[in-house]
Write a protein that binds this ligand. Structure first.
Ligand SMILES: NC(=O)c1ccc[n+]([C@@H]2O[C@H](COP(=O)([O-])OP(=O)(O)OC[C@H]3O[C@@H](n4cnc5c(N)ncnc54)[C@H](O)[C@@H]3O)[C@@H](O)[C@H]2O)c1
Length: 381
């Protein structure tokens, strides 16, 4: 078997996403399966070059996974001729500058969302990448979750008839840090560090809505900072300046209305941490990370409002589980494989920096809608 090595700078590899999802569960997982089989019979073999600020942490990760290539000098990593792809999972605020350097160095670009911290920056990156003739992509992992893949299958199979509305519920309690350690990095709660749930989650909701249901045409949002003070990783209290909850209404082409709650200050009484209910004239579905349940028009029960009687109907039992019908791999890995094929075999790839910029646009408009207290239309980029 011929191995075709491909050098990939992994910047921000010490972070939650960079290490676990992208290095271990994607790039190293591709190696564990013997590389990515290509059309010419060879196997693409990712060769990660770890980049970060802390040499000791990089050396430790490299040693743990039998890797040899790491550096704290991004320019040096980008100068390597064997590096073809620059991947960025750093703090969002740092992304734009690093991606610009990588484009200048002629590398293909793959980045975490949001692609930049302003729409102007995100559009500029997409333009620069196009002008340089490099391939580019943004992580849209939720599209590859089993629950959402099954939901997409229902949409494409015409299950819903005319789709009326979507209601999304996302969130869980993120500990304040005083009596139990917080399960997310503190920068997420500081607007000056690029934090906030709108900036974090609206890009996700954007590509989910756009890919499954159609273009988002308008947004109305209300945001809140429910927990104004938190305690950081070192035990020091800090003021949470960023929004930790967002209540958004999105209008989609075709008249579909989506309403999505996102919160880090909500306790879970749901089957999964994110759930989308889609109602259509012919049927409804509720999709989570893994599962998807449906109720067809023909089997829709007739609930009767009667507060004088105790509830005797188990509504949840009236829904039918959508079968897997295929094997679902880790979503981050599936998307890496698509992007790698796009780079080396020119396979089609939709999740580019323009799609990323549209996600940043929705986040920016969501924040503006909340600050100005009004509905805003989304202009095509
Ligand atoms: N696709 C997803 O589902 C998903 C989920 C969470 C986060 N993200 C995105 O991934 C990126 C990283 O998020 P994360 O949760 O892994 O964050 P994290 O704090 O765990 O990691 C941040 C990375 O940036 C590096 N960094 C560089 N300069 C830094 C500085 N001054 N302060 C702190 N870190 C610095 C850190 O060393 C680390 O490698 C963000 O852009 C975020 O929006 C995506």
């Amino acid at each position: 078997m011929v191995r075709r090595p491909i050098g990939i700078v992994v910047n921000g590899v010490t972070g939650r996403m960079g290490y676990r999802q992208h290095l271990v569960r994607s790039l190293l997982a591709i190696r564990e399966q013997g590389g990515l089989p290509l059309a010419d019979g060879s196997r693409l073999w990712p060769e990660p070059v770890l980049v970060g600020r802390n040499a000791a942490k990089l050396a430790d990760i490299a040693a743990r996974h039998d890797l040899t290539e790491w550096t704290t000098d991004l320019t040096e990593a980008l100068a390597r001729p064997d590096v073809e792809i620059y991947f960025d999972a750093q703090l969002t605020r740092l992304r734009e500058k690093a991606v610009r350097l990588a484009i200048e160095a002629g590398k293909h670009i793959y980045v975490e969302k949001p692609t930049a911290d302003t729409l102007t920056g995100a559009v500029e990156l997409a333009r620069l990448a196009d002008a340089a003739g490099v391939k580019h992509g943004v992580v849209q992992d939720k599209l590859f979750l089993p629950g959402l893949r099954k939901l997409a299958r229902l949409v494409r199979g015409g299950f819903f008839g005319r789709i009326l509305s979507i209601r999304g519920e996302f969130g869980y309690w993120v500990f304040e840090g005083d009596w139990q350690s917080p399960q997310r990095p503190s920068w997420n709660y500081r607007v000056e560090d690029g934090g906030g749930i709108v900036v974090d989650m609206f890009p996700h909701w954007h590509y989910v809505m756009e890919d499954l249901f159609g273009r988002v045409t308008a947004v109305t949002a209300r945001i809140a900072t429910h927990i104004p003070e938190r305690v950081d990783e070192s035990g020091a209290p800090y003021r949470a300046t960023a929004d930790d909850a967002a209540y958004g209404i999105f209008e989609l082409e075709g008249g579909i209305i989506a309403q999505i709650n996102s919160s880090w200050a909500v306790r879970v009484y749901r089957d999964e941490l994110v759930e989308f209910q889609v109602d259509g004239t012919e049927g409804s579905a509720v999709a989570g990370l893994r599962e998807c349940r449906v109720q067809h028009r023909a089997v829709t029960p007739r609930p009767v409002w009667n507060p004088d009687q105790p509830e005797t109907t188990d509504y949840r039992s009236q829904w039918q589980l959508v079968p897997d019908n295929e094997e679902f791999d880790n979503g981050f890995k599936v998307q890496w494989e698509l992007f790698l094929r796009h780079v080396v075999e020119d396979a089609p790839y939709r999740q580019d920096l323009w799609a990323g910029a549209r996600g940043v646009q929705l986040a920016e408009l969501g924040l503006r809608s909340a600050h100005e207290g009004r509905r805003l239309e989304v202009q095509p980029l």
